[in-house]
Design a protein around this ligand. Structure first.
Ligand code: NAD
Length: 340
């Protein structure tokens, strides 16, 4: 269409189910009418084999040039091998806020209904700083880095977002009873920010109790602010409450750049089988459109996802259905067209 805006967006297709779900997201975005010029770059194992590094300079500079990327999951070897490229990427681009909306959907069979909360996970430090040593045979040490600066900025981001999105309650999640210095610093930093938002209800909760409360009464939570590791674990817990990792989108946001990706990993157990649920990545792409100011299209994609789930006709096996990734994607595209 003449005069329509065109976006340059960097794409990391990722490992495992990454290529399947990112290609579904590209198809959906194309059908939604948004014009995107994708610049595909490599990272992770593929990049290591080709370029001798898991995060080539070109990958970082292209994301910096476009400022926005959509990303599939990247595999990280367990207990050995290269360090997490996901963590490196978030650190190199200073994507300090990991935003993960957790919302129940009609049609997805779960124990609870009416869950609508948003996780704000600090994305650059904590035990993910990757500072580990074997200090003596049989003794390993991992450093938990918590700074006032990073804790304050994730808290500001979360409170600002809560206020501008009509949210009412913010919980800071911590373990400051045990880690008095590190989690204590996080908690004090969030507490200070909370004072600037008297209109929002503010609570503090110890992470283990938070996990139990989430399983028992998740509806009491609205906005959660957490350090990196607790944020990661609580994200998967809450994903489990609403139907699994196949449907939870996410965004990594910094002051300059933003990388959108689902909460799930590369799911090696189902990779290549054509049954991965693409909705988490499509939802992340909708968050990306929202970020770009394409609110109407983002809302249309979200509405189509809601309809698709409610109808229960074309669901992938993780949601109890028999549809393939392609079938689910095509059914979603039909809905997006109907909603035009
Ligand atoms: P995972 O999220 O890949 O899988 C956990 C479970 O959820 C598996 O049973 C999987 O089949 C299922 N699942 C995940 N996504 C799904 C989808 N879209 N549709 C249907 N089912 C889905 O977690 P994992 O197995 O612990 O990790 C595998 C690899 O992914 C590891 O190397 C890990 O480091 C990496 N990882 C990467 C990211 C990222 O790139 N941001 C995030 C998490 C894990």
């Amino acid at each position: 269409m003449a005069g329509q805006k065109k976006y340059n967006i960097t794409l990391i297709t990722g490992d495992g189910i990454g290529p399947e779900v990112t290609s579904a997201a590209r198809k959906v975005l194309a059908a939604s009418g948004v014009i995107i010029d994708w610049e595909v770059v490599e990272a992770g194992q593929q990049a290591l084999e080709k370029h001798g590094t898991t995060l080539p300079d070109d990958t970082i500079s292209l994301i910096k040039r476009n400022r926005i990327a959509l990303k599939g999951p990247l595999t990280t070897p367990i207990g050995e091998g290269f360090r997490s490229v996901n963590v490196e990427l978030r650190k190199s681009l200073d994507l300090y806020a990991n935003v993960r909306p957790i919302r129940s959907s009609l049609g997805v069979s779960v124990h609870h209904s009416a869950i609508d909360l948003v996780i704000f996970r600090e994305n650059t430090e904590d035990l993910y700083a990757g500072l580990e040593n074997e200090i003596a045979p049989g003794v390993a040490q991992g450093l938990k880095i918590i700074t006032e600066c990073a804790s304050t900025r994730i808290a500001r981001f979360a409170f600002k977002w809560a206020q501008s999105h009509g949210r009412r309650v913010v919980h800071a999640v911590h373990k400051a009873n045990i880690m008095k210095k590190s989690d204590g610093l996080f908690l004090n930093s969030v507490r200070k920010v909370a004072q600037d938002y008297p209109q929002l209800e503010y609570h503090e909760i110890i992470v283990d109790n938070c996990a139990m409360q989430l399983v028992m009464r998740p509806q009491q939570f609205d906005v959660l602010v957490l350090t990196n590791l607790y944020g990661d674990i609580i994200s998967d817990l809450t994903a489990g409450l609403i139907g699994g990792l196949g449907i939870v989108p996410g965004a990594n946001i910094g002051d300059k750049y933003a990388v959108f990706e689902s909460v799930h990993g590369s799911a090696p157990d189902i990779a290549g089988k054509g049954i991965a649920n693409p909705l988490a990545t499509i939802g992340s792409a909708a968050m990306m459109l929202q970020h770009l100011g394409e609110e109407k299209t983002a809302a249309r994609i979200r509405a189509a996802i809601t309809l698709l789930l409610a109808e229960k006709q074309q669901l992938t096996p993780d949601l109890g259905g028999k549809a393939s990734t392609h079938e689910m994607t095509d059914a979603l595209i039909e809905k997006i067209k109907l909603l035009k």
